[in-house]
Write a protein that binds this ligand. Structure first.
Ligand code: TYC
Length: 102
């Protein structure tokens, strides 16, 4: 028999879990959706208010796309679907995507 003392650590080692990634909702320009409709969707789905809604819309119009907001993945994906369903029902090709932040 050996006389070695065996020490058992009392504290459990907890593996570190990465923080859930956040997702950017991006709005894309198109040639058909009316500006007012885009602003209405931004207010209704993303709660931007009128002024921020206008600025997001005009940025997408001028530059091709604009980040609308950042959310947890399921919220971002639900809002993208809701916004695109509204647009589809109204007959417009308005597009949003949810993309993970780097
Ligand atoms: N380009 C559209 C127009 O001139 C308006 C528009 C702006 C559409 C932003 C989509 O993401 C968009 N009627």
């Amino acid at each position: 028999m050996s006389d070695d003392i065996v020490l058992t650590p009392k504290t459990k080692i907890k593996p570190k879990i990465d923080k859930p990634r956040l997702y950017k909702v991006i709005l894309f320009n198109d040639d058909y959706t009316p500006r007012e409709f885009v602003i209405m969707i931004l207010q209704a789905v993303f709660r931007t208010g009128e002024s921020a809604g206008y600025h997001i819309m005009i940025t997408a119009h001028r530059k091709g796309s604009c980040v609308v907001a950042v959310y947890a993945r399921d919220i971002a994906e639900t809002k993208v679907k809701e916004a695109m369903d509204y647009a589809k029902d109204a007959g417009f090709p308005l597009m949003f995507t949810a993309e993970p932040e780097e």
